[in-house]
Ligand binder design. Structure first.
Ligand code: MCA
Ligand code: AMP
Length: 490
């Protein structure tokens, strides 16, 4: 396989990465990441403490150059989830910025610094300025590149093993769909431990030989500043576009900046038509949606040269086969804009397996097609419209996928909780908000919402904390004793 990052290999002097006042060209990145890679090479697997910083990008690129599979870790993950991820993926090394305090389970591992000033080259020179040691040859296309953890309906998150071939295939399909070139300058503020922010948002510009400016933290001011000073593309989750839509009326500079952008792309959850239309009205620009999943990377997109129709995720990307399947398992041939089926996909963009979970891997496929669990219809011209999801126990909040079962298990361990159920409720800002339904152990002394959120946050990722807690005397159950979640309404 050709290198994942041709511009690094070619030593391009164009800008590559910018985080605040720290920046690297492709050539500089090749040097520092190459130096770090030389020290990682040969490790079976590494973890990266994925803060939204330059060091994270350097660490991930170094691991990829070294041909070592990399596990990005959410730095806001609680103890139980982190223990699961580290035990399951057993990294040999952890990459983190110098001085960052790591939790005990990671602090016990050998550690390498990822910030430029602390990376030493083969000659031991800080900054990696000297000649880098030769790197291993490009691994096979099927070699794992990244292992990204994603929530299921029950149980702890599963490690999705993404081969180099999937990363290359998805980024090249997006090059085609979005006419993405080395002249593009992307701006975003997405977290760097998921596919959207890391693979699309960092590795995408690097593969194109273009550049990315990361905001560190999302804010409409940062978006406006970058789009009015050379950035051409914006990636965000619908919550970010909702916040932009809210701000537009009182912020002409933001409207002007968006008007000048080449491409505004939304993904990870459905962009409400209302926000789409508000942005179009204020800027004359239409946000385009793409649809993906950790396991599949990107499946469909509205094309840059296509019609940006609100409420659709566009057409299958080059190389991706997509079909809708009814509840009997039969493929739906109709492109009638009304027959609903589950989206199944096949193509070079797919993962290889869930780490250590052959059972779950086998169950995820139907005769070679990956079952997404997303329900959709197809317009007569092939545009896909996602209309829902098979599993009611999966919540999408702020673009994060969250399993209800995992939160319920943690809530049930709180001494003040007798019964617990977790649901997602519509939320203007987050799409869905996590709601915990609690039967307290003592009716006259229920644990407070803050206490329960802190309890969940200590064990799981911070975005899994319930935003609302409702107290009941009993949970609604059917004759079999199963909780009837559909009967739980605010
Ligand atoms: C949150 N907060 C809470 C609670 N929940 N405090 C108390 N109780 C709670 N229950 C805190 C937050 O931690 C934060 O605190 C503060 O409230 C305000 O948060 P804010 O910065 O406004 O952000 P947010 O509301 O927490 O999050 C909005 C967001 C975020 C920035 C849009 O959800 C986000 O980054 N989403 C991106 C998700 C993503 O990248 N998904 C991709 C996966 P503090 O300030 O202390 O932190 S999907 C994927 O990869 C597939 C392939 C795809 O298709 O893309
Ligand atoms: P994750 O597993 O966190 O990668 O989330 C993948 C899920 O996000 C998909 O299965 C969809 O349910 C959802 N998703 C991603 N992009 C979109 C989109 N543009 N519109 C609707 N849902 C989306």
């Amino acid at each position: 396989m050709s290198p994942l990052f041709p511009a690094l290999a070619a030593g391009s002097t164009r800008p590559a990465l910018q985080f605040g006042d720290q920046a690297l060209s492709h050539a500089e990145l090749a040097t520092v990441a190459g130096s770090l890679a030389a020290r990682i090479a040969g490790a079976p697997r590494v973890a990266v403490w994925a803060t939204p910083t330059l060091g994270t990008a350097v660490g991930v690129v170094a691991a990829l150059l070294a041909g070592v599979p990399v596990v990005p870790v959410n730095p806001k993950t609680g103890e139980r989830e982190l223990t699961h991820i580290v035990t399951d993926s057993s990294p040999a090394l952890v990459l983190a910025e110098h001085g960052v305090e790591l939790p005990p389970i990671l602090a016990g591992l050998p550690r390498l610094d990822t910030d430029v000033d602390h990376i030493t080259d083969a000659a031991g020179v800080p900054g990696g300025a000297g000649p880098a040691a030769p790197l291993p040859a490009e691994p096979s296309p099927e070699a794992p590149a990244l292992i990204v953890y994603t929530s299921g309906t029950t149980g702890p998150p599963k490690g999705v093993v993404l081969p180099r071939r999937a990363v290359a295939a998805t980024l090249d399909a997006l090059e085609d769909a979005w006419q993405w070139t080395e002249a593009d300058v992307l701006v975003h503020a997405l977290p760097l431990f998921h596919v959207h922010g890391l693979i699309l948002g960092i590795l995408g510009p690097l593969r194109r030989g273009g550049s990315v400016r990361h905001l560190g933290r999302f804010g409409t001011d940062g978006v406006a500043r970058e789009l009015s000073s050379g950035a051409t593309m914006l990636f965000g989750v619908p919550t970010m576009y909702h916040r932009i839509a809210e701000a537009l009326a009182g912020d002409p500079a933001l409207a002007k900046a968006l008007t000048g952008a080449r491409l505004l792309v939304s993904g990870s959850a459905a962009l409400p038509v209302h926000d789409h239309e508000r942005i179009a009205a204020a800027t004359g620009r239409r946000v385009i949606e793409r649809y993906g999943m950790t396991e599949t990377l990107m499946n469909t997109s509205v094309r840059a040269d296509g019609e940006p129709r609100a409420g659709t995720v566009g057409v299958p990307l080059a190389g991706v086969e997509l079909r809708l399947v009814d509840e009997t398992g039969a493929a739906i041939a109709a492109y009638d804009g009304e027959t609903v089926g589950e989206i199944q996909v096949r193509g070079p963009n797919l993962f290889t397996e869930y780490l250590n979970r052959p059972d779950a891997t086998a169950a995820a496929f139907d005769d070679g097609w990956f079952r997404t669990g997303d329900m959709a219809i197809r317009d007569p011209d092939g545009y896909v419209r996602i209309v829902g999801r098979k599993a009611t126990d999966l919540i999408k909040s702020g673009g994060y996928k969250i399993g209800a079962g995992e939160i319920e298990n943690v809530l049930l361990e709180h001494p003040g909780v007798r019964e617990a159920a977790v649901t997602g409720e519509p939320d203007e800002d987050l799409g869905e908000r996590i709601v915990a339904w609690i039967v307290p152990a003592q009716a006259d002394a229920p644990p407070s919402a803050e206490e329960l959120a802190a309890h969940v946050g200590a064990q799981l990722a911070s975005h899994k904390r319930p935003r609302t807690v409702r107290y009941l005397e009993a949970l609604p159950r059917n004759d079999m004793g199963k909780i009837m979640k559909r009967a739980l309404r605010g």
